[in-house]
Design a protein around this ligand. Structure first.
Ligand code: NAD
Ligand code: ISE
Length: 332
């Protein structure tokens, strides 16, 4: 499968390496970026061609499927162009930063008549999350009542502004919890504690997202992107008869000097390396067999509707309804 990749930034480069090395059944034929030097550097290492625009890459006769790893606001037009060209597209999260753009993607994909879009919600491919899902689906903790989640990054760049904790970061928990609990969210609220001094002054950090599902389960998500000590993802679901907790990544426990300790992972590439591998391998496999089976355009859209509501909730202080239309039969 000849892949074209748009956006050779941080994760674009990682995915090019994955698709050229770890993942079988695919090769990167072409890459494109608005920064041509960056594109050249990544293409050189993978033996891929550089194409001078996203539009040309999507239309390129050799490119059979597209990976979109440009920044969020560029995703919508690039995914729509892939649908117009009838090419499968793997788009990194968030599918779109604005819900209205997600709706345009849903309409275009349904008009095309066949699924083409998969969204990069890689937590669904993480072994620990998959184990939690198996426990829940087997009824191992009874009906879920609450979930407590933590999403901590050691630091964030200056370009990271106060909407991003919801649109770019908590969007992972929104998708993971929709998937784990098997239902949509109905309301969103954001509570803001005192901000850390270890942040750029324009950023509100941390933020706490409070969600309510359609059936009345409650989910809280602490997003803290300048926690300094590491990259820490926690998730515990409390049910009627028990709880299930996401395991920490396996690490040796060291007993020394009167302490027992283990190292905390420092970044998301290490925390989710295996999940990224499985995600892209399953996507490539699905290209050979037919339609993508992973997170759909509906999942991307639904998650953005929730994060858009969360942004409004932080700005207004209100509990904001999640205004999600009925899921089309095409996505059931
Ligand atoms: P980045 O800024 O390092 O890279 C983005 C690249 O896209 C840059 O090279 C930029 O020049 C290029 N670009 C921007 N607009 C473009 C356009 N219109 N056409 C072509 N290229 C364009 O960012 P990143 O950290 O690599 O993130 C990229 C995407 O991946 C984001 O949507 C981000 O949310 C997502 N991401 C996902 C995960 C995950 O855990 N799944 C982790 C990191 C990033
Ligand atoms: C980044 O884009 C990711 O997707 C990471 O998984 C997340 O932890 C980080 O906060 C985002 O900025």
């Amino acid at each position: 499968m000849k892949i074209g990749l748009i956006g050779t930034g941080w994760i674009g480069e990682e995915h090019v390496k994955r698709l050229s090395g770890t993942v079988s059944g695919a090769e990167v034929a072409a890459v494109s970026d608005i920064d041509p030097e960056r594109a050249e550097a990544v293409a050189g290492a993978a033996g891929a061609r550089v194409v001078d625009s996203a539009e040309k890459l999507i239309e390129d006769a050799e490119v059979e499927a597209v990976v979109v790893t440009s920044w969020g606001p560029a995703h919508a037009e690039q995914v729509l162009a892939c649908i117009a060209a009838g090419k499968p597209v793997f788009c990194e999260k968030p599918l779109t930063t604005e819900a209205a753009d997600g709706l345009r993607i849903l309409e275009a994909e349904q008009a095309h008549g066949k699924r083409l879009v998969q969204v990069g919600f890689m937590r669904r491919y993480d072994a620990g999350y998959r184990q939690m899902k198996a426990v829940l689906d087997a009824g191992g903790i009874g009906a879920p009542l609450m979930a407590h989640c933590v999403h901590r990054n050691p630091d964030s760049p200056e370009s990271y502004h106060s909407d991003k904790p919801m649109v770019d970061t908590a969007v992972h928990e929104v998708d993971a919890l929709r998937w784990l609990l098997g239902e949509e969210f109905a309301t969103a609220q954001v509570v803001v504690p005192r901000s850390t001094s270890n942040r750029y002054p324009h950023l509100v950090d941390p933020q706490i997202l409070l969600l309510e599902t359609a059936s009345g389960a409650r989910v809280d998500v602490e997003v803290f992107v300048n926690c300094r000590y590491g990259y820490d993802i926690q998730c515990e679901i409390v049910g009627e008869t028990g709880t299930v907790r996401l395991p920490d990544p396996a690490a040796p426990v060291v007993r020394s000097g009167g302490r027992a300790s283990f190292a905390v992972v420092q970044d998301f590439p290490s925390r989710f390396a295996d999940a990224f591998d499985v995600e892209l391998q399953e996507w490539v496999d699905s290209l050979h067999t037919g339609e993508p089976a992973g997170p759909s355009a509906w999942d991307g859209y639904a998650a953005t509707v929730v994060t858009n509501a969360a942004v409004k909730a932080r700005r207004t202080g209100a509990v904001v309804p999640v205004d999600l239309p009925e899921r089309p039969a095409f996505y059931r």
